[in-house]
Design a binder for this molecule. Sequence first.
Ligand code: NOJ
Length: 601
Amino acid sequence: MPRLRPLARAMLSVCACVVAGWVAASDRAQGSAARANPAATASPAAATRPAAQSEPWWRHAVIYEIYPRSFQDSNGDGVGDLNGIAQRLDYLESLGVDAIWIAPFYPSPQVDFGYDISDYRAVDPQYGTLADFDRLVAAAGRHHIRVLLDMVLNHTSDQHPWFREAARSRDSPRHDFYVWNDGRSDAAGKHLPPNNWVSLFGGSAWEFVPAVGQFYYHMFYRQQPDLNWRNPKVEEAMFAAMRFWLDIGVAGFRLDAITTLFEDEKLRDEPALGGVNAQGDPRLSDVYTNNLPEVHGVIRRLRAMSDTYAGERVLIGETYVPNTADLDPWYGGALHNELQLPMDTLVGLGSKLDAGTFRQRLIELQTQVHDSPPLLVFDNHDNIRSWDRYGDGVHNAAIARIVATLLLTSGGAALLYQGEEIGQTTATPTRIEDVRDPIGITGWPREKGRDGERTPMQWDASSAQAGFSTNPRTWLPVTANYRSINVQSESADPDSLLNWHRRLIALRQSNAALRSGWTVMLDSTNSSVLSYARVGAEGETIVVALNMSAQPQTISLGLGASGVAGSRLTTLLASPAPIAGGAADRAITLAPFAAWVASLR
Ligand code: NOJ
């Protein structure tokens, strides 16, 4: 049964109200006009909209997320590492990705598997050395692949020297690097937190430190104290850390938890929403801890700094927002002066593959974000894989091709998470004693943690470690289906999901309409089939049709009515069965969960 992880639901639940509060009135008007007229993109004028002449690489990039613990182990310790990534660059080049985003590999106590950083300018020995990283960046360049880092600005590890110093004395120069409060006391003199804020990972968001007689705030684990972004020295120090990596040559950053940098200065209680969450805490709004307007000043300054570097560096944001229009401010609206690519994490659309929902989303992305490119994301290391979210247990392989086709043909940039391209499955632990992710231990059995989507990459069937490691004790077990689901066997099978991804990426690279064309919805009242045309600047056109139902569907594209010119279709890609090209105005029958990509002349 596909399910949405409770953590992701929590991140998505409550942010809309704050964003709506400060989006400029003109932006709101534009968003609501587009919502009122969803056919806006189907006009002939829209169909001939020219694409920009010279566009930065990230606008249409395929970015591949690497969770380094689980990608490739080069030294047999059961944990992936940087040299392991270097060993797999041929594979990544053959897939056709433009960039890799590597989840944190900095020194860390690994409470949150690297998202608790204790040194922002080094490599954790279990992943390698700075020299290994330099070699990786150089080798990736030779494979035409850029390297993006994960930058955690919201919090550090409690073992970071700044926090250790901050927690020693109120007079420490670093004390104000973090968010402290005296709290309250009850009649018996017991220290109580200043308000009702709960950590996203469970329990109070406040932790008392006897040495200073104060509480510090932590949005995530108590070992991840939040930085105090109201202190200009924090910005200075974190920007300096980012410069360190930009100077080495990274192509940019994925900014972790970027929406939560600021908290309400008055520390007001969050309004209760009723009920409890997966960790057993009261469900609260996040109006005072997420999406505070002050964050945008930081991002604008960060963008200005990043833009001083040559080579089109990019800022990507972890931006779980409830509505498409809520992404607009993260781009900087009409000014385009904040993040280049706030993530459109489609996990928020739930687990139903629904043509109407995706059609609406694509229209919104084209009309509500001031022509900024979307970065579509189906999978990452925090959420149940799309294979399991959308799969019905019968047609999963066909459904995965639909997801890939939507991701790679609908315009903008695309994010692939390691293993998504071969159909790796979510292997959620079945016993609490096997769980490694702390939220899976504290939340068991309602929240089983994120281990399921972090299992090792399945490279081949040569050993029980699937080519990931030579060590029989890998940090998370290799999923048993590695014998059939692995890179090597799928490379050899022309009909595999891996080769489907390869063909889609190659097509996108060679076809200007797919890469940077304008999207025109076709047959737009069809509730089972999502069809659209991608129209390039010279009028060259690609048609995509995705049957999101378990029944065969006969469709009529209605190209003329949508203002798309062309009379003959030639099939470029079809799954599961071949689909004949021919006259564009004829009825076309699509098998259950068919994906079809055709060129139109
Ligand atoms: C989002 C990251 O993707 C997740 O893995 C991490 O636990 C939290 N941010 C906290 O850094």
